[in-house]
Structures are given as structure tokens and as C-alpha cells.
Design a binder for this molecule. Structure first.
Ligand SMILES: Cc1cc2nc3c(=O)[nH]c(=O)nc-3n(C[C@H](O)[C@H](O)[C@H](O)COP(=O)(O)OP(=O)(O)OC[C@H]3O[C@@H](n4cnc5c(N)ncnc54)[C@H](O)[C@@H]3O)c2cc1C
Length: 309
């Protein structure tokens, strides 16, 4: 509900910046980390005093998380971390990064999650990336050059990072489905308001059957996305095994539909839809990230297909 409402604020980017912290960077600390780590990072993050980022994606490893190469080498009571992450939301502003790094051998079992404060010597921010949409949040490259952090910054157990990432992906994907649903509701409202107000050839656009039926189609997509999202939330809350499939379905449906609805609502705005004084072009751009962030539509389909065939 919160995500839906945030997405109606005419900038999904702002919502993404907030949720990258609350649902991505700190949820894993809340669920898996020691009390000491929670006191140090979770409590100030909840108070709004520290900003967190989640650092998983690398230039050579996005969908294939198990291919990450950022390494955390054990040295006495510390980990020494070297590597690079990219596309990191809050990357330029974060006080700490919940980082996926390789503490063991190749593959998923060699990955751990470590909290790295960004004032650690050797940490640096590369480019703030210039994005198509969600521009109200920053997305950046971050670098780790022999960053030394205490072993106590390990989240949970060594070698279980991939498991923690995967178990939290479902919540992150649910967030995106809910954001897309909220954005879709706002887009339909904006489209109908314009259709009522704008007259051509002596008739309000809302009077043309062509548009009325298109709005009916948008309403069906909105309702389908919302119901799939709520069902996924319910299954995840109850810890049902089918929750992961349900959330993948919700994310595909909501992400695909918000892009289709944004294109329709842009079109009904005619020339005004091309103007930045309307929120519609921003929604159109922001919607594109919904089928990529926290797992692409193709990866969602793969998860669904695995349960079928
Ligand atoms: C705005 C934004 C913010 C982000 N924020 C963060 C963040 O805070 N932290 C973070 O760690 N990451 C973040 N990401 C990264 C995001 O999670 C990745 O971009 C995403 O997982 C896809 O990885 P990739 O870009 O490397 O694409 P790739 O994995 O290279 O995929 C490229 C294309 O190939 C397709 N593909 C891949 N594998 C298969 C397959 N097996 N079958 C069929 N098709 C396939 C994909 O679906 C995609 O269409 C962000 C991305 C964006 C756009």
C-alpha cells in the first residue's frame, strides 16, 4: 500500500531511492545480521540518519548474480575487499553498502554479504550514471580498493550471501510490482482527467469510443496487476512456497502493464504529453526500469517456467 501511494507522487525515482534503503539495503540486515550490526546500521537507517545501498550488480554480473567477482579476503580480524559494483541506487549518497562479495570459491556458495561503511579508506564513487528514467534517485558505479572492514560486518554466516539475496529478492520484486501498480493507477487518473477536459471536433476525448475502450483495457490491466500483487504479498506473508512464483507473475504483469498504460496515456495527451510540465513523460521514462530492476522480466518468466515445464 505504501509503495502504491509513493508511486502516485509523480516520480517513481523518489520512491525507488527511499525503497532501495528500506526494502533492499536494510531488510537483509534486519532479518539476518547480528544485534551489533543492527544497532550500528539498521537503527540509524530507520531514524533517517544513515542512507543505505544494496551492492550486488557488477559490470559482468547482473541477472547472473553467482558470477560476481568482487572479492573479500580474510586477513586476521578483517575482510579486505576489492572490486566494482555498478547501477547502484543511492550509490553517490550512501553511508553504507550491503555488499555481495566473494569470500569463497566460484559459484553461489562462495558469496557472502558484508556491510561496508562508505567512509572506509579505499571506497570510492565513480560516475553518477545518466539514466533514462527514475532520475530523482541516483544510480552510480562504486569501487572498492583494498577496503578493510571488521569480520563482524559479515551479515549472518559466511557463504550464505546468495541465499540471503535470493530470499530477499521476493520482497524487492513485490515492491516493484506495487510501485508499477500505483503508477498505473495515477496514469489512468491523469489520462481520464485529460480525456474529460480536452475537446476535439466539438467532442471531449472521453466521448470517443476508441478512447473509452482503451481506458477499459487499462482498468483491466490495473486490476489484474493489483490482484496478482496482493495475492503475492499474501502468499509471501504466509511463507507459502508458491510466493516466489506469485511475485514473479505480479512483477511481470505490473511492469509490462505500466509501460503499456504509460504509452497510452502519453498518446492521449497529444503534444502536451511531450512536455515536461506534464508528469506523464516522466512516468513513461520511469516505467521502463520496472521490467529490469530487482530481476528482469525474462528472469521472472524463467522462474515461473521452471515450476511449469
Ligand atoms: C534504475 C536501476 C537501479 C538499479 N539499482 C540497483 C541497486 O541498487 N543494486 C544493484 O545491485 N543493482 C541495481 N540495478 C541493477 C539491476 O538489478 C540489473 O540491471 C538487472 O538485474 C539486470 O542485470 P543486467 O543489467 O546486467 O542485465 P543482464 O543480466 O546482462 O541481461 C541483459 C538482458 O538479457 C536478458 N537475460 C539475461 N539472462 C537471460 C536468460 N537466462 N534468458 C533470457 N534472457 C536473459 C535480461 O532479461 C535482459 O533483458 C539497478 C538497475 C537499474 C536499471
Amino acid at each position: 500500500m505504501l509503495c502504491e501511494e509513493l508511486a502516485k507522487g509523480d516520480t517513481i525515482g523518489t520512491a525507488v531511492g527511499l525503497l532501495a534503503q528500506s526494502e533492499f539495503a536494510i531488510s537483509v540486515i534486519a532479518d539476518e545480521a547480528s544485534d551489533a550490526l543492527r544497532d550500528e546500521y539498521l537503527v540509524p537507517a530507520i531514524r533517517g540518519e544513515r542512507i543505505g545501498a544494496i551492492g550486488v550488480t557488477e559490470p559482468g554480473a547482473g541477472s547472473d548474480v553467482a558470477a560476481i567477482t568482487t572479492r573479500a579476503r580474510r586477513d586476521g580480524a578483517d575482510y579486505v575487499i576489492s572490486g566494482q559494483k555498478t547501477f547502484i541506487t543511492n550509490g553517490t549518497r550512501a553511508d553504507f553498502v550491503s555488499l555481495a562479495a566473494r569470500t569463497g570459491g566460484d559459484g553461489a556458495r562462495g558469496i557472502s554479504l558484508i556491510v561496508v561503511p562508505t567512509d572506509t579508506p579505499g571506497f570510492s564513487v565513480g560516475r553518477k550514471l545518466d539514466k533514462l528514467g527514475t532520475r530523482a534517485s541516483d544510480t552510480a558505479e562504486i569501487f572498492f580498493d583494498e577496503c578493510r572492514v571488521p569480520v563482524g560486518n559479515l551479515v549472518g554466516e559466511e557463504g550464505r550471501g546468495m541465499r540471503y539475496i535470493l530470499s530477499h529478492f521476493a520482497g524487492e520484486r513485490l515492491v516493484i510490482a506495487a510501485l508499477a501498480t500505483g503508477a498505473m493507477e495515477r496514469l489512468v487518473e491523469l489520462g481520464i482527467a485529460y480525456a474529460r477536459e480536452r475537446t476535439t471536433f466539438g467532442t471531449a476525448l472521453a466521448g470517443y469510443q476508441s478512447w473509452r475502450h482503451r481506458f477499459a483495457g487499462m482498468a483491466i490491466r490495473l486490476e489484474a496487476a493489483r490482484l496478482l500483487t496482493y495475492q503475492a504479498a499474501d502468499l509471501l506473508n504466509r511463507g507459502e512456497a508458491t510466493g516466489e512464483i506469485a511475485v514473479s507473475m505480479a512483477k511481470v504483469e505490473a511492469a509490462t502493464s505500466v509501460q503499456a498504460v504509460a504509452a497510452e496515456v502519453l498518446q492521449i495527451h497529444g503534444g502536451f504529453g511531450q512536455m515536461e510540465e506534464s508528469p506523464v513523460p516522466r512516468y513513461y521514462r520511469d516505467a521502463a526500469a520496472m521490467s529490469v530492476g530487482a530481476g528482469t522480466t525474462e528472469i521472472m518468466r524463467e522462474i515461473i517456467a521452471r515450476a511449469l515445464v
